[in-house]
Write a protein that binds this ligand. Sequence first.
Ligand code: 5GP
Length: 347
Amino acid sequence: MRIETDVKLDFKDVLIRPKRSTLNTRSAVDVNRVFRFLHTGSEWKGFPLIAANMDVTGTLAMARALGKHGALTALHKHYPERELAEFFAGADGAHAFYSLGTTAADLKKLAAVAKAAPVRLICLDVANGYAEKFLDIVKAVRDAHPEAVIMAGNVVTGDMTEALVIAGADIVKIGIGPGSVCTTRRVTGVGYPQLSAIIECADAAHGLKGLVCADGGCTVPGDVAKAYGAGADFVMLGGMLAGHDECAGEIRWETRDGEKVAVGMAFYGMSSETAMKKHAGGVAHYRAAEGKTVETPYRGPVEATISEIMGGVRSMMTYIGAAHLKEVSKRTTFVRVTAQTNDVFGG
Ligand code: 5GP
C-alpha cells in the first residue's frame, strides 16, 4: 500500500485570479478554438463544449441546437443504426460524435453506420479506461477509421492519457467519479479530484500533441471556465445541459394557481439502475449500480443555458486578459480557497 500526500484539487477548491487586462468588453474575446487533430490532420473550429453521451443529453435535438453555437454533442449509443446513419448523412452530423462502448456489437454497429454515412467524430467510452483491452480497441478503431477523430476515455492520470494518445486517440476524456449523477466514488472508493486530473492529463496529452476533454463535475459556468484554465481543450457536460427541451425524457407538470407548469425532468447516470433497467433489463448480479437518478428543474430551450455558459467564459477571459480561448490556460493563476478537499463524492 502507498499513500500520495500531495494535494489534489477539485473545481470548488480554487478561484481564478484576475489579471491586468487591456480587454474592456466581453465582445472583444473569442471563445472559439481551432484544433488540428494529431492522428487525422483534420481541422475543427468551434466552441469546444460537448453534451455528454447520456440518454438524456446526447440527443439529435441537442446536436442540432448546440451545433448552431459551434458546440458538439456526443450522441448516446442507443439510437437505431438507421437513424444514426440518416443523421450523420445530414449537415448536423458534423456537430456530433458517434459514441460506442467496446462490445463486438458496438463495433459492428459503428462499422455499419460509418459505411452508410460519414462519421467524422467517434467517442469510445468506457467507465474504466485502464483495462489493457481498451488500448487494443482504440488501436483497432483507429486502424478501421483512419479519417475519424477519436475521443477515448475515461482516465485520470498522465500515464494512461499518454498510452491512449499513442494508441490512436486524438482526444482523451478525463474524469472518474466527478459526475453529478455518478456514485462511483461512494460505491467503489475510486476516483481523482477533477481539476488536478485535468491539469495532469492535459500536460501529458499536450506533450504528445494530443488533446483532452474534461468530463464531469461542472455545475456552474465558472466550473467550465476553470476547466479551460486547467488546460482542458474540450469540456463535456451532462447535468448542466439536463432539463431542457432538447433532452430526452418526460417533463413533469404541476398545477399551480390553476395553471399547468412544467416543473422537472428526470436525469440519470448511464450506470444507474434506471439506465440498466432500460437498456440491459436490470443490474447484472456481478455489479453494483454506479449512478443515480435525480430530477432536474425544467429549464426550457437549451439556447439560454448555452448563452449563459458562453457569457461566463467570455467574462472570465476579460478578467484575465485572454483575447482567445487558447490563451486561457497560460493566463490562469488559480488561488486555492479551501484547506483540503473533504467532500470527495462529487455528485
Ligand atoms: P456531469 O456533467 O453531469 O457532472 O457529468 C457527466 C459525466 O458523468 C458523463 O459524461 C459521464 O462521464 C459520467 N457519468 C454518466 N453517467 C454515469 C454513471 O452512471 N456513473 C458514473 N460513474 N459516471 C457517469
